[in-house]
Ligand binder design. Structure first.
Ligand SMILES: Nc1nc2c(c(=O)[nH]1)N[C@H]1C(S)=C(S)[C@@H](COP(=O)(O)OP(=O)(O)OC[C@H]3O[C@@H](n4cnc5c(=O)[nH]c(N)nc54)[C@H](O)[C@@H]3O)O[C@H]1N2
Ligand SMILES: Nc1nc2c(c(=O)[nH]1)N[C@H]1C(S)=C(S)[C@@H](COP(=O)(O)OP(=O)(O)OC[C@H]3O[C@@H](n4cnc5c(=O)[nH]c(N)nc54)[C@H](O)[C@@H]3O)O[C@H]1N2
Ligand code: SF4
Ligand SMILES: [Mo]
Length: 723
């Protein structure tokens, strides 16, 4: 797009998608007769949302002309505080600082942090910019905190990671759905319509230590709720698999034909009989048997024409220091039932951020190049180098994953300069105070954002970028379907398109390769770079997407795309003939329970689990600025069982300090009998003393580098109102 010159208004209705989560609900933006709000936003009948929106999506347009919107580059002065500067000066400064720090400390002294909310084009361009313009290996992104363990498990089992390997609407007719650690009723409300089939059949089973809004959907015979102790899902899943094998309820024919590894799994399950699992998880042995038998019965019925059976995971089971193995145990269960890659059901993981799927394919991950290629594979490097017009040696090797990148900032082995695009790690990282200290030690921090996030507030330079309704691009939703994000109005005069910012910086840094400021041109290059890769976009045409074609990756030029409404193109359903490992088989990886290093509680401690509220998105940079959302959820509330509260001398509404070896935060008690006695819950949407990540450890999963966000031992201290 061209650089906007004046803040303008939309002149016609524009079909686009919600800026927030991976459901990517369809919306329409129309001109408003009164100038109070820049556009009128309404739900559009799109396959994932059927016209419905949640409160966040519905109010998203209120942020487009928000009073606190950043509208000029801001430079910090030595005494704190920011003053406006011009774009040329700002970009010259970034290039000079990057070049200077690189010359002095080496290319890896400059680090880049990206995000799963960026369009495919921005994610692609950011990875290319880091490798070519900065020459650094140090790029990673917030998806490490989100989808990394599920992605690692999917790659290991199936040879390919696409969150849902089938269209979401396939769930509609399900007879049974096992939902592990996902609270879609709050995190993706329009998703709930796709659970109706399973609920009608009495087959919705939700696994969550809390009686979440999603667990509530199991009431009145719609299914049942299993309430394990936090971080014990691995044992629960081993127990379910134990029952299937012990009672000969597995699909032997499928296992023989489509999988490897059953033998090793057998011995790994031997010790996990239901009574033992009950003592590890708190889930009654009878419930474990009932669930395993119901799954087997439903899977068998599905193969003779009954409704399909799905196993789905969310962050509750994935964001653990054993997240990859726990997700693997869920995949193993689905394989034992003979579901993945069939029309009788399957396994899926529910992607979180708006472009959490595309954001993990195009090369902003430290070990990855576009098209889901590996940065360590010589053939992969050669392909991408050719598209970029450079020698393969020009592309640096693998960098370090997010937690390591952020926790070494300004330290001996760490970066001296950081560029942040689309994330607020000062709030969202584990052990966040360590990140804030690191940011303050850096020689130079540049944050691109449209609000002064807590991370931007720590920057030397803040660059104002466009919001979703002002930019063109593509996004890939939770189903692997590629969508068009469309500009409906002009941006504030001094805000800039991030593609343009990266292109301007690359030019100033004399980067090899070309950097276009136009989304469509970047998309055309992304197609070439991804061609032949696992996430192949080469057959996806921008004009087809514009015309509303439903295209799912992989899509090569050999797969013609249809624009006919209701027709799906590319690969809506993966694995129907073969899995993506060379022999076409899925791999059953036996996984084992090991006590987590932090699991040992001291007397009086409880398990803190963290997660989300309906009203707020992530660190709340955006939703805390929407008046009605702020009014509905103004501060961090601590969900605690009345009996646990009583034991700690905590009353409803009282302020409580939560503390452990890393830090201390404060929240107001909200008593609820829906949570386990040994567990408390906090959202991570709030800042300052309300930040839940002051308590989370930098403990990461050895396979995926996913941090332990969902199980933290803490002590509780009731506070007086003034303390
Ligand atoms: N309103 C809202 N919606 C969002 C977002 C948001 O910030 N706000 N963010 C988006 C993003 S990026 C993501 S990743 C998704 C996340 O979507 P979800 O995965 O649905 O969200 P969470 O609330 O993080 O976790 C889900 C559930 O896991 C449970 N849980 C915690 N620990 C455990 C455990 O050890 N075992 C089990 N079985 N369950 C556990 C929690 O109690 C919680 O109810 O939401 C997306 N949608
Ligand atoms: N304790 C705990 N911590 C967690 C989690 C948890 O469950 N518990 N969940 C983790 C998960 S799943 C995730 S995804 C992360 C999310 O946490 P973050 O990565 O911090 O994500 P956001 O809060 O969405 O921050 C995005 C920022 O980028 C800005 N922004 C939005 N779009 C763009 C854009 O296109 N370009 C630029 N430059 N800026 C943009 C927004 O204004 C905002 O300031 O948090 C993780 N942290
Ligand atoms: S569910 Fe997700 S995509 Fe849909 S309106 Fe809400 S935040 Fe937006
Ligand atoms: Mo996420």
């Amino acid at each position: 797009m061209s650089i906007p010159t004046e803040a303008g208004h939309v002149h016609q209705a524009t079909d686009t998608h919600c800026p927030y989560c991976a459901l990517q609900c369809g919306i329409t933006l129309e001109p408003t007769p009164d100038a109070g709000e820049p556009v009128k936003l309404s739900g559009r009948n799109f396959e994932t949302n059927g016209g419905a929106l949640c409160r966040k999506g519905y109010s998203a347009a209120r942020l487009l002309r928000h009073a606190e919107r950043l509208d000029t580059p801001l430079l910090r002065h030595p005494d704190g505080g920011f003053s406006p500067i011009g774009w040329d000066e700002a970009l010259d400064m970034v290039a000079q600082r990057a070049a200077g720090i690189r010359a002095k400390h080496g290319a890896d002294a400059v680090a880049v942090f990206g995000a799963g909310g960026l369009t495919n084009e921005k994610a692609y361009q950011l990875g290319k910019f880091a490798r070519l313009a900065l020459g650094t290996s140090r790029i990673d992104y917030n998806g490490r905190f989100c989808m990394s363990s599920a992605a690692t498990a999917g790659n290991r089992a199936f040879g390919l990671d696409r969150g849902l390997p089938f269209p979401l609407a396939d769930l509609d007719g399900a007879s049974m759905i096992l939902m592990l650690g996902s609270n879609v009723a709050d995190t993706m409300p329009p998703f709930v319509r796709h659970l109706e089939g399973a609920r009608t059949s009495g087959g919705l089973v939700v696994v969550d230590p809390r009686r979440s809004a999603t667990a509530e959907l199991c009431a009145n015979g719609a299914g049942w709720h299993l309430q394990p102790t936090p971080a014990s899902d691995l044992q629960l899943l081993l127990g379910l698999a134990h029952v299937l094998l012990g009672e000969s309820l597995v699909d032997h024919e499928y296992l023989a034909r489509r999988t490897n590894g059953l033998g090793a799994l057998r011995s790994s399950l031997a010790q996990w009989w239901p009574e033992r699992v009950e003592s590890a998880t708190g889930v009654p042995a009878g419930e474990i048997r009932r669930t395993a038998r119901a799954l087997a019965l439903a899977a068998r019925a599905a193969k003779s024409g009954g409704g399909p059976v799905y196993i789905l995971t969310g962050r509750g089971v994935e964001q653990h220091a054993n997240g990859t193995d726990t997700t693997t145990a869920a995949i193993n269960l689905a394989l034992l039932l003979g579901l993945p890659g069939t029309t009788a059901g399957g396994f899926g993981t529910i992607t979180g951020q708006g472009n959490g799927q595309g954001g993990r394919e195009h090369g902003q991950k430290c070990d990855q190049l576009p098209g889901y290629r590996k940065i360590t594979d010589p053939a992969h490097r050669e392909h991408v180098a050719k598209v970029w017009g450079v020698a393969p040696e020009t592309i640096p090797g693998p960098g370090v994953p997010a937690t390591e990148l952020l926790h070494t900032l300004g330290r001996e082995r760490g970066a001296r300069m950081l560029m942040v695009h689309g994330s607020n790690p000062a709030l969202s990282s584990p052990d966040a105070s360590r990140v804030i200290v690191g940011l303050r030690r850096l020689d130079f921090v540049v944050v691109c954002d449209f609000f002064l996030s807590e991370t931007a507030a720590e920057a030397h330079l803040v660059l104002p970028v466009l919001q979703w309704a002002e930019e063109e691009g593509t996004m890939t939703n939770l189903e692997g379907r590629v969508l068009r994000r469309r500009a409906a109005l002009e941006a504030p005069e001094m805000a800039r398109n991030e593609l343009w910012i990266l292109a301007e910086l690359a030019r100033r840094l004399d980067s090899p390769g070309t950097f276009s400021p136009e989304a469509r041109e970047v998309f055309e290059e992304l197609r070439l770079a991804s061609a032949g890769g696992l996430a192949d976009y080469s057959g996806i045409d921008w004009d087809d997407l514009d015309a509303g074609a439903a295209v799912y990756w992989p899509c090569s030029p050999a797969q013609p795309v249809s624009r006919e409404p209701g027709r799906r193109s590319g690969t809506p359903r993966l694995f129907l003939e073969r899995f993506s490992h060379p022999d076409g088989r899925a791999v059953i990886v036996p996984v084992h329970h090991a006590a987590l290093p932090e699991a040992a509680h001291q007397p009086g401690m409880v398990s803190l689990v963290t997660g989300r509220l309906l009203e707020h998105y992530q660190t709340g940079t955006q939703t805390r600025r929407v008046a009605e959302l702020h009014a509905a959820a103004p501060e961090a509330l601590l969900e605690i069982h009345p009996a646990t509260a009583l034991a700690h001398g905590i009353a409803e509404g009282q302020r409580v300090a939560l503390a452990n070896g890393r830090g201390r935060m404060v929240a107001r008690a909200r008593l609820t009998a829906g949570i386990r006695l040994d567990t408390v819950f906090l959202p991570f949407h709030f800042a300052g003393a309300n930040n839940a990540n002051l308590l989370t450890p930098a403990l990461v999963d050895p396979l995926s580098a996913m941090p332990e966000f969902k199980h933290v031992p803490v002590s509780l201290y009731p506070l007086g109102d003034e303390s």
